[in-house]
Design a protein around this ligand. Structure first.
Ligand code: GAP
Length: 448
């Protein structure tokens, strides 16, 4: 079966049409850099988050979770280096007022100080800090400044001693967190790829200095395997090794995905050394050393291996990777394209749709009864309007892996049809075996 090219426009249009993602404040003309997740979008986002959470915490017995506040003491961001260093170099056109990032714009135009848009004169590059600044309390003075966190990682570092003490953690161990982060990004094109408000899934792994290289390799391997487990096209992923390192890093790799606009960063794996905890020791005056009670109370500041993935960027990646416009016409017949999202069943927003062949003859009631049996186990949908073919297509578009059709035979012999999204094959199974059969199909799922 042949398929058509994927473009970002097609993804954006499907997202709006089917309720994955809407433009923020659309009725007011939209808010740049912010997006809203609709009914199936939030299910998809939660499933990705849950898959990550399970992988990082439940499948690693030395990793625990945390949910720190978005607003933190402003000294945190001085210690982390964000106040001084978290900036983009910007130039403005004095004539047309357009703004460009000096590091990513046409370098010949930058050298000539000529605007790539209108040829006008450009200003000198200025450092533009990406943190959103606001005030807490009634007075808008410098004493009341707080920042919206630009990464979730710092909430983990400032809680590292609390977690050692409350949960008796021993190095090596990790802390995982999922939450909102905010950056005043200048360029927010490509839909939800780069936004001002987004979500991160970060894990900080605390290790003994000298063992950091070994754990760095371990976490690179683990994060790569995660995407394989959830059926991502592995040929669309690649590693990018950073040559220019951030101020805190000893080594850094990104996992990049081939989005419709080309290969772009999906997740970073960083060796942050003892930079963060050392700085928090200096700025807070609190001792951040780990005391190794199993080794004669040896003291050291742990090194940190960080895995940092964008949740909302992962959602875009899962959508792009699942998307297919597939010609399902029989040989020789005119082309007939269906849009289908091949999500892994554990990622799909809806797992099972229950469809009565027709509303009458008691089939709708019977289908509702079957839905009630499945609801505790799976996320379900129910649809009784339109032809069965149209209803299958609607479910394909949101990536529902299984449709259950209830027909007259169901009344007679208690069997139902399972229709598989990817192969479009149909099989008949007894209603009593449905729950176990679906669990088995989810467990054994392999993307075709
Ligand atoms: N704690 C390290 C850190 O924040 P980062 O490379 O700046 O590192 C990590 O961000 C991940 O967060 C990125 O790989 C990306 O998936 C996501 N991310 C960063 N900025 C983003 C933005 N403006 N919009 C959406 N996702 C973003």
């Amino acid at each position: 079966m042949d398929s058509r090219e994927i473009t970002m426009e097609k993804i954006v249009s499907l997202c709006k049409r089917r309720g994955f993602v809407f433009q923020s404040s659309e009725i007011y003309g939209g808010q740049a850099g912010a997006w809203d997740y609709g009914p199936v979008g939030i299910e998809l986002k939660k499933n990705i988050q849950n898959a990550w959470w399970k992988e990082m915490t439940q499948l690693h017995d030395n990793i625990v979770g945390l949910d720190a506040a978005i607003l933190m003491h402003p000294r945190v961001w001085e210690a982390s280096g964000h106040v001084a260093n978290f900036s983009d170099p910007l130039v403005d056109c004095k004539q047309c007022k357009m703004r460009f990032r000096a590091d990513t714009m046409d370098q010949a135009a930058l050298a000539a100080k000529k605007c790539p848009n209108c040829g006008g004169e450009l200003t000198e590059p200025r450092a533009f800090n990406l943190m959103f600044k606001t005030h807490i309390g009634p007075a808008e003075d410098s004493a009341s400044v707080v920042y919206l966190r630009p990464e979730t990682a710092q909430g983990i570092y400032v809680n590292y001693k609390n977690i050692i003490q409350s949960n008796r953690m021993k190095v090596p161990f990790g802390i995982a967190q999922v939450g909102k982060a905010f950056r005043n990004e200048i360029v927010t094109k490509n839909f939800i790829f780069r936004t001002c408000e987004f979500e991160q899934m970060e894990m900080q792994f605390f290790v003994k200095p000298g063992e950091d290289d070994k754990w760095f390799e371990y976490w690179r391997e683990q994060r790569w395997s995660f995407y394989k487990k959830y059926g991502i096209h592995m040929e669309k992923l690649r590693w990018y090794h950073h040559e220019k390192l951030a101020h805190y890093a000893k080594d850094a790799y990104d996992i990049e995905y081939e989005f419709p606009m080309g290969f772009q960063e999906l997740e970073g794996v960083h060796n942050r050394t003892n930079f963060d905890l050392t700085r928090h020791t200096e700025f807070s005056g609190k001792d951040m050393q780990y005391i190794d009670q199993d080794n004669g109370n040896e003291k050291y500041i742990p090194y940190i291996i960080e895995t940092s993935a964008g949740l909302t960027r992962n959602l875009l990646m899962f959508l792009c990777d699942a998307y297919e416009e597939q010609n399902v016409a029989a040989a020789g017949a005119p082309e007939d394209y269906r849009t289908v999202l091949h999500f892994h069943p554990k990622i799909a927003p809806v797992t099972v749709a229950i469809l009565p062949l027709m509303k009458k003859d008691g089939l709708a009631e019977l289908a509702q009864e079957i839905r009630a049996e499945l609801q505790e186990e799976f996320v379900t949908d129910y649809d009784q309007s339109g032809t069965i073919g149209k209803r299958y297509r609607r479910q394909d578009e949101i990536g529902t892996p299984f449709c259950i059709t209830v027909d007259h035979d169901t009344k007679e012999d208690g069997t139902v049809t399972i229709r598989f999204r990817d192969s479009m094959e149909q099989i008949r199974v007894p209603r009593s075996e449905l729950v176990s059969r679906l669990h088995q199909e989810i467990k054994n799922y392999k993307r075709g």
